[in-house]
Write a protein that binds this ligand. Structure first.
Ligand code: SF4
Length: 316
């Protein structure tokens, strides 16, 4: 499928945020061509593209850098300083979605922040090693952190659920490179994948690898199976691997989360790793369920053969 690109003019770019740990967000794009099957942004962004499939379109905010420059200047005049709090890239897109290689809007926004002399923390979260192309700009920023979403160490699993995102092995390599270049990094383990990464062994393997590549902080997030996210994800699982539905269904229970949290806290003990926000994030009110038998007790689920996903331009 050829993605639909829309060149648009944004009205504002530095947006006040309600996200934990972020005062402002910058989304140089709207939509995301990585098309992860568990994506929450798909629900947030749908009001702009109600009939289009998530992962099939991208709004490119071509005026983002100029707009940012103006908004930073205005805020500085109002607040009389160059630190308005933490700025997060991005909440409804991946700032290094493949088209960034062409439009360079994230890079240009970072350049604007560097030229402005922004003094607050800038945090970038991505699934793409494309961010390493901007190490030169990152080094000009006063306080920057780059995070990678790492939900598994298995490329086959990442390709299955994070359909067109760069494979997780390339993200691990990028974390290593950033660390070597002296850039602070973190890993976002979210959603914590039911069935694939919910045992003591798997969590420890993941943390061991992240520490090996210099990660100092890890964020955890439970899977969010709110009705719309669940409908999209389960329709996909039903088609591709129906045997995964029961273990994923089971993950939507308080008992499951409690048990998983114990495993995570145990795995974090004795490690020089900070836990982001000091807790395992969960966005929904718990629903109680008696189905807890899938946690840590595996049944064999075979993934479908990796399909040719067509658009591979985000893989550098
Ligand atoms: S990379 Fe992030 S924004 Fe893009 S589809 Fe995946 S979860 Fe959603």
């Amino acid at each position: 499928m050829v993605p639909k690109l829309n060149l648009v003019q944004a009205k504002s770019i530095l947006i006040k945020s309600g996200l934990p740990g972020a005062d402002y967000v910058i989304n140089p794009y709207n939509g995301c061509l990585f098309g992860c099957m568990y994506c929450y942004a798909a629900q947030i962004a749908r009001w702009k593209h109600p009939t289009e499939e998530w992962g099939s379109y991208l709004d490119v905010k071509t005026n983002a850098p100029e707009l940012l420059k103006k908004e930073l200047t205005n805020l500085e005049k109002r607040l009389k300083n160059k630190n308005f709090g933490s700025i997060f890239f991005s909440s409804v897109t991946d700032p290094y979605v493949g088209m960034e290689a062409k439009y360079q809007l994230t890079r240009k926004c970072l350049e604007v922040l560097a030229d402005f002399g922004y003094e607050g923390n800038i945090s970038i979260q991505t699934k793409s090693p494309l961010v390493t192309k901007d190490i030169d700009v990152l080094k000009k920023l006063k306080d920057v952190t780059v995070g990678f979403t790492v939900t598994t160490l298995d490329d086959k699993v990442s390709r299955f659920l994070e359909v067109k995102a760069p494979p997780v092995s390339s993200r691990i390599e990028a974390l290593k490179k950033l660390f070597k270049e002296g850039i602070d990094t973190y890993a976002f383990i979210g959603p914590i994948l039911p069935y694939f990464v919910n045992s003591e062994e798997k969590i420890n393997q993941l943390l061991d690898k992240l520490q090996q590549v210099g990660v100092k902080e890890v964020w955890f997030e439970h899977i969010n199976l709110s009705p719309r996210i669940k409908a999209r994800l389960f329709a996909f699982l039903k088609k591709e691997s129906p045997e995964l539905i029961p273990p994923f269904e089971t993950a939507d229970s308080e008992e499951y989360r409690e048990k998983l949290e114990k495993i995570i806290r145990q795995a974090m003990k004795g490690r020089s790793l900070k836990m982001g926000l000091g807790k395992i994030i969960y966005h929904r009110k718990p629903r109680r369920s008696k189905l807890i038998n899938f946690l840590g007790k595996k049944q064999i689920v075979s993934l479908p053969l990796i399909k040719n996903t067509g658009d591979r331009n985000h893989l550098l």
